[in-house]
Design a protein around this ligand. Structure first.
Ligand SMILES: Nc1ncnc2c1ncn2[C@@H]1O[C@H](COP(=O)(O)OP(=O)(O)OP(=O)(O)O)[C@@H](O)[C@H]1O
Length: 492
């Protein structure tokens, strides 16, 4: 397709897109870097012809695009598919897995071709998961299925919005090679907000800022472009403002050691062992990073702490001075924990306003069901100001783009200054500036011990200086699952 945008202006309720002139030549694939603003969804809706129905429409021209020949892979699409399956699926209650909801079924539904489905399962390292229920997948596993599903449609043009988000190092490397091969037969727009995610094989780069096409360039021009250095400086000040807000409303409970302890932890589903023999003790003031490949059980382990994993009662756990299952209420535990994760993002399906999402952090609720105090509302409004989201305060959560939703959920987790702050891949869906802001802020929170961090990220670049303790899952030759290795100062 030879697509031309001319004098294009388009907006949804929360973001806008503006392109004076842009030509995506026939057979060209482009890298798209966005510094600020979530343009992937609008771009996808424009090119798949959904913009006229979902939004007020657009002004200007787009020529050369055949909407039916375009498929989109994005976090929002993944969330929509999960919701769709959860809504119509009775598998859990009927005690069997509906074939349409397995990894195989989800991909096969797009092509009705056994050979192609098997090929995609192979290429994207999904064979071992082919009979798994789509809603049970880990974040990285789900991302790979979404890509396989889009390729299975066999359309010639793909929009890949943050295709590397949630993938571990190994899968990011294989994906780069896979996309390079795919580019021989398909056109692609690969949208990234991390400079390191821009694939080397890309020849053309479009740079967007605040929804506007700023410039187009070759990949080698991009490699020496100063934008990333400029942005680094910009995000520093915002983080200081955020920290000042947190310091002003600081309050935290103190617990004696250990804050959390897991003895011989084990999680298994039917005959599939995820991990076993895990011993982990968290003492006051120590920040931890949880490491390991996609599917090793990082989120599962954090779910045992947070208390929303069904197997937390079959494990031997001490938390905040109580033995789990000793009659403590889940809310007693949760009031000391702030949580950000893809699972929580998925669960946050209520239609409350942006402001209420932040306030709901004071009550650990999904949605807001109590009348907040004036002080709580004032603090939440300060958060919105620092996040540059004040103008969106009355928008409902669902009206916002994925990255905006994610920023609110991060604010929701931090707002009550919890003892434990669990951040399970917190940056997913954030643009460059959003990610820098949150990372700088977490670094400062950790340094000043305003909360104790339990942190997961697959990117070396996301490492926080204040984290010196690691629990890493490694494959165990004796069991089928993983075991954990802990390391850090004073741990031998
Ligand atoms: N109900 C279930 N039945 C079977 N397997 C399950 C179920 N729930 C989760 N799993 C599997 O448990 C494994 C661990 O999932 P988890 O989300 O903890 O991984 P993770 O280490 O956080 O991965 P990622 O890096 O991709 O986020 C995955 O392979 C997932 O498919």
């Amino acid at each position: 397709m030879d697509i031309r945008f001319s004098q294009l202006q388009c907006s949804s309720s929360s973001v806008s897109l503006c392109i004076d002139e842009w030509q995506i030549g026939a057979d060209q694939s482009w890298g798209v870097f966005t510094t600020e603003g979530d343009i992937g969804v609008l771009l996808g809706q424009l090119l798949t012809g959904q913009c006229l129905s979902k939004h007020t429409g657009y002004r200007g021209d787009i020529t050369g695009c055949v909407a039916a020949d375009v498929a989109v892979v994005s976090l929002l699409e993944q969330q929509a598919l999960l919701e769709e399956i959860l809504e119509f699926d009775d598998s859990e209650s009927l005690g069997y897995t509906d074939p349409k909801t397995t990894v195989f079924g989800v991909i096969y539904a797009q092509c009705h071709d056994n050979a192609l489905t098997h090929q995609l399962l192979q290429q994207l390292d999904l064979i071992h998961l082919s009979q798994s229920h789509f809603t049970h997948l880990s974040t990285g596993e789900g991302r790979r299925v979404m890509l396989a599903r889009a390729v299975a449609t066999q359309v010639p043009f793909l929009i890949l919005d943050e295709p590397y988000a949630g993938l571990d190092v190994g899968h990011r490397q294989t994906l780069t090679q896979y996309l390079q091969d795919l580019a021989q037969t398909k056109q692609m727009l690969v949208l990234v907000s991390r400079e390191e995610d821009m694939p080397d094989w890309i020849e053309h780069v479009a740079l967007f800022s605040q929804g506007k096409l700023d410039s187009v360039m070759t990949k080698s021009q991009w490699d020496s472009h100063p934008v990333v250095h400029q942005l680094t400086a910009q995000s520093g000040q915002q983080s200081e403002e955020l920290l000042a807000l947190i310091r002003r409303h600081r309050h935290s409970a103190h617990f004696s050691n250990p804050v959390f302890q897991l003895h011989n932890g084990r999680v298994a589903y039917a005959d599939k062992v995820i991990f076993s023999g895990v011993n982990w003790r968290i003492d006051n003031g120590v920040h931890w990073q949880v490491k390991g490949p996609n599917g090793c059980g990082k989120s599962t382990l954090l779910g045992l702490i947070f208390g929303d994993h069904p197997q937390c009662y079959s494990n031997d756990i001490d938390i905040f001075g109580k033995k789990r299952g000793s009659g403590e209420s889940i809310w007693e535990i949760k009031q000391h924990i702030g949580m950000v994760s893809s699972a929580l993002h998925m669960q946050y399906r209520v239609n409350c306003t942006a402001l209420d999402v932040i306030v709901s952090g004071f009550y650990d609720s999904i949605g807001l069901y109590q009348k907040p105090t004036q002080q709580q509302v004032a603090i939440a409004n300060e958060w919105l100001t620092i996040l540059h989201m004040s103008h969106l305060s009355k928008m409902t959560f669902k009206q916002l783009e994925y990255g905006q939703q994610r920023l609110l959920l991060i604010a929701r987790a931090i707002v009550k200054q919890p003892t434990l702050l669990i951040l399970d891949e917190p940056y997913q869906g954030l643009d460059y500036l959003g990610r820098r802001l949150i990372k700088n802020s977490l670094e400062l929170i950790a340094k000043e011990h305003l909360s104790q961090l339990l942190y997961v990220s697959h990117y070396q670049q996301d490492s926080l200086e204040s984290i010196e303790h690691y629990i890493e899952f490694v494959q165990d030759e004796n069991h089928q699952g993983y075991r954990a290795v802990v390391s850090g100062p004073c741990i031998s």
